[in-house]
Structures are given as structure tokens and as C-alpha cells.
Design a protein around this ligand. Structure first.
Ligand code: S3P
Length: 175
């Protein structure tokens, strides 16, 4: 099996779905943000603070190159990973890529409920967040849409979301 990389905006469920998919397939799971944090002994927020976004993107690319070399794994990457350098083409050349596509409204609602500190969206109200995310999706979708498979996760809800996603992902990738 080729490794599978999940891409999509923050709050689309890449980590949750990736974890469940890996368990279901009996393979190892890597979350790129966690991998970066483990290798650098710092949170993503700290790296942004110390090195700025540019510094973070360089680290992210280098770490992507490490994990994408692993065989037979599921990887969830950061929301911005496919949109910098030639990252999306690189991912497509080695792995199966899946875009978890969600609307700005659904993403904003998920992010408001979440507890993870995300430096790019700190301090925004849900309404501001929806507008901000819509702007980001407009910029990022040209990259996201280069994924080999696209799944609309807006249609999947609550507890069935993970189970449905696993089924859809299996069908999409033929695994
Ligand atoms: C980012 C998404 C985050 C993390 C960083 C930047 C982005 O990952 O990599 O805060 O640019 O969208 P998640 O999508 O896993 O939250």
C-alpha cells in the first residue's frame, strides 16, 4: 500500500480521521504537527513565535520529506503544508493524497469547539473566523484540489463521521 496523506484546512478532522483510518488498516499513523513538535521539543505555536511563519514553513517542508519517505503509513499534515514550496506535487509523487473538503462555516464551528492552540486564528470570533477561513480557502483550494482524492466531510456528521470516512477512504483508495 502507498502511504496516504490527508490534507485540508484546520478543523477538517485530518488528525481524528487519520488516526481512525490507521487503526482500521492496522498501519502506523503520523501527524506532521506532532512529528515536528517531537523532533524540535517545541509546540507549533512556539516555533511560530520564535521563527515566524517563514521559519515554520521551512521546518514543515523538511519534516514532510522525512515522514513521506515512510512506507505503509497514514499521515495527516498541517492545513498549510500543501500550499508552500512544491509540497503538494512532492506528496502526490510519493503517496496517495486525500483532501478532506469542508465549508468555512463547518470549519469555523469545529475550530471554536477545539482546544488546540492554533496561532493563525487566535482571538477571532466565530463570524470573523468564518470570513477569514473563506478567504484562506479561496487561496488554498487550488493546492488542495490537486489531491488525488476529494471527500466532502460536511456531509459526514458526529459519531458516524469517522466510520463513514474510513469507508469512503477505503473506497477512494482501493485499500
Ligand atoms: C496551519 C495549520 C496547523 C499548523 C499550523 C499552521 C495552517 O495544522 O500546521 O498552525 O497554516 O493552516 P492543523 O491543520 O493540523 O491544525
Amino acid at each position: 500500500m502507498k502511504s496516504i496523506i490527508l490534507i485540508g484546512y484546520m478543523g477538517a478532522g485530518k488528525t481524528t480521521i487519520g488516526h481512525a483510518l490507521a487503526k482500521n488498516l492496522g498501519v502506523q499513523f503520523y501527524d506532521l504537527d506532532w512529528y515536528i513538535e517531537m523532533r524540535f521539543h517545541k509546540t507549533v505555536a512556539q516555533i511560530f513565535e520564535e521563527r515566524g511563519e517563514e521559519g515554520f514553513r521551512e521546518i514543515e517542508r523538511n519534516m514532510l520529506h522525512e515522514v513521506a519517505e515512510f512506507e505503509n503509513v497514514i499521515i495527516s499534515c498541517g492545513g498549510g503544508t500543501p500550499c508552500f514550496f512544491d509540497n503538494i506535487d512532492y506528496m502526490n509523487s510519493l503517496c496517495d493524497t486525500i483532501y478532506l473538503k469542508a465549508s468555512a462555516e463547518v470549519l469555523a464551528a469545529h475550530l471554536k469547539m477545539g482546544k488546540v492552540v492554533r496561532p493563525l486564528i487566535l482571538g477571532k470570533s466565530e463570524e470573523e473566523l468564518t470570513d477569514y477561513i473563506q478567504g484562506m480557502l479561496d487561496q488554498r483550494e487550488p493546492y488542495y484540489m490537486k489531491a488525488k482524492h476529494i471527500i466532502n466531510v460536511d456531509l459526514l456528521n458526529s459519531r458516524e463521521k469517522v466510520a463513514d470516512s474510513v469507508r469512503v477512504l477505503r473506497e477512494a483508495t482501493g485499500i
